[in-house]
Design a protein around this ligand. Sequence first.
Ligand code: BGC
Length: 326
Amino acid sequence: MGLKKIGLFIFTAVFCLNAGYMLFFGRETFQVKPSAAHSQKYVYHFVLISEEIDNEYWRLVEKGAKAEAAKRHIHLDYLGPKQANNEEQLTFIDKAIAGKVDGIMTQGVSNEKFNYLVNKSVQKGIPLLTVDTDAPESERQVYVGSDNYRAGKLAGEELVRNTRGRQKVGIVTGRLDASNQQLRVKGFEDVLAKHKRLEVVGIQESNITKSGALQATYELLKNDPDITAFFGTSALDGIGISQVTSQYQSKKKPFIISFDTLPGTMALIRAEQINSTVGQYPYQMGEMAVRTLLSLKKGKLPQPLQYTKTDIIKKTKPAMLWGDSR
Ligand code: BGC
């Protein structure tokens, strides 16, 4: 073999290796495995994109979506940032569009780039719906999830019903720029505004983590040690709040309303460390999102607002088990 030929051989080998590497890892990053989707005779390939991949709450949405997808022969990929991050979340949506999936379910994000991506998805014939958090200003076809404003009002009414006299209230919220959190706070504050005795004295962000909720609670108490009630508006906030207040030497145990029914929260409800929580039904959200996306694929136009249930759960009124009729 002449030198030229050897050179060409090495070049071709390196090129092929490189291309193979890119193909493999490019696909791994997006986790789309079209071969799997086709070889196992899946009818569609859907993608579910969450706010944070390993968040316990989102894992329940995934579980419901995967169960429904399996029943209907749909290949479902579940994706999301390691830690809540809008930019990363939007990149997943963009990659799903580029990967030509058959449908996208994603948490709604309230910004221009999200609206642009939704438009791009719809233009390319890929139906897209929001789940858990809506973005009504985008062209998303449907929203599946809680009525977050109503959920916030439920929390406010619970506080009104269960307290007497003047109350100073601290709010721990997941993320100040997430519209579901904003609606919950708004619903809560609208109820409190009708009662002079109830005053919101501060609001802090937890970044949807338990450690963030601990810090947010410390911050609230540092600014006003006389807080008598707390409202945590995302799934891990109540746990963080109660951990701080159970150690804090306050005159009176504060009244705590949390969000969601994750096992940690339910244990604290049973231990009377959290008074009440607003129940959402993430598993059902996942199931309903897949069913709705499938009907969009079939050319049907479902109602744009598909609300799942929200209710107040407390020790005397425990959450129903999955599968109980609701
Ligand atoms: C919210 C989700 C959020 C989660 C964080 C839930 O209450 O509905 O949007 O990602 O809390 O733990």
